[in-house]
Design a protein around this ligand. Structure first.
Ligand code: HEC
Ligand SMILES: [Cu+2]
Length: 265
């Protein structure tokens, strides 16, 4: 055999050994587990957080147009999280920034990954699979709190990401209201601070005079807000796309939303 041929063979062997070594290192050294498809779980339609023990969580994430449920998760640093993921409508992506968790949310199936959060910080969740008009706003957040704060609460509030001072002009909606708006996907298309997104901002919408697609004008009152939520196609605001669809909601939730929208000044 020619010398150069021998060298090429040895070089190839060396490469293969180093690739295999990298896999073994990733598994044992970096503790990286490969995402899997869990077939023994029944697909779920509601997001859920279950604390299994100290620093051990199971989170059932639901992806939907255009939000994740739970939209926000707060856990102490060091937590080991089992993530189960499903979708209730179309395929979505699910990536946790700054980590190697990257899954597909597939309707009718449940995917799984496990991750341990070793560093405190905010880890955004993003959907990286185009899923419709609100796709670019489909985000969530995992807040990993430093240990001190979970033990003593001694860390200034602004450090743990709760109740951060609101930027000026931000409306004062309570956390519960915000959670409902997030859970129902409203915030994927509506801002609360006057910014135009897919839909008109909900800031100061109550009492506003709105021009509709057909040129007529309406003053936004309770009945109009109720109709906008229950039957969004009935009246279309001029200059906006017909993309808002009714979300599955209880009468109670609809009532709450009307009150919340009324209060966004
Ligand atoms: C897919 C994006 C999308 C989602 C999600 C969405 N909306 Fe809308 N919404 C729109 C668009 C676009 C309009 C304007 C066109 C129209 O009237 O349908 C609108 C209009 C409205 C209006 C009338 C606003 C005005 O200026 O007259 C209200 C109120 C409203 N939405 C509330 C909500 C609430 C509450 C939710 C959550 C349950 C929600 N929307 C979810 C896109 C969306
Ligand atoms: Cu999506």
């Amino acid at each position: 055999m020619d010398r150069s041929e021998k060298m090429a063979i040895w070089f190839a062997v060396l490469l293969m050994v180093s690739f295999a070594g990298a896999l073994v290192y990733a598994f044992f050294g970096l503790n990286i587990r490969f995402p899997g498809c869990v077939t023994d779980r029944t697909p779920f339609t509601k997001g859920k957080v279950i604390q299994r023990g100290v620093g051990e969580y199971e989170v059932q994430y639901v992806a939907k147009m255009w939000a994740f449920e739970p939209a926000e998760l707060e856990i102490p640093v060091g937590s080991k999280v089992d993530i189960y993921l499903s979708s209730i409508d179309v395929n979505h992506g699910f990536q946790i920034k700054f980590t190697n968790v990257n899954l597909m949310a597939v309707p009718g199936a449940v995917n799984y990954a496990q991750i341990t959060f070793d560093k405190p910080g905010d880890y955004p969740l993003v959907c990286h699979e185009y899923c419709g008009a609100g796709h670019q706003n489909m985000m969530g957040m995992i807040r990993v709190k430093p240990r001190e704060s979970s033990l003593s609460g001694a860390v200034p509030e602004s450090d743990i990401g709760i109740e951060q001072p609101k930027a000026e002009g931000q409306p004062a909606v309570s956390e519960a209201s915000m959670a409902l708006l997030n859970a129902k996907g409203c915030t994927a298309c509506h801002s609360l601070d006057g910014t135009r997104m897919v839909g008109p901002s909900l800031k100061g919408v109550f009492g506003r005079e709105e021009e509709l697609e057909d040129g007529s004008k309406v003053t936004v009152d309770e009945a109009y807000i109720l109709e906008s939520i229950k039957n969004p196609m009935a009246k279309i605001v001029k200059g906006y796309p017909k993309v808002m669809v009714p979300m599955p909601m209880t009468e109670q939730e609809i009532k709450q939303l009307v009150e919340i929208v009324k209060g966004i000044r």
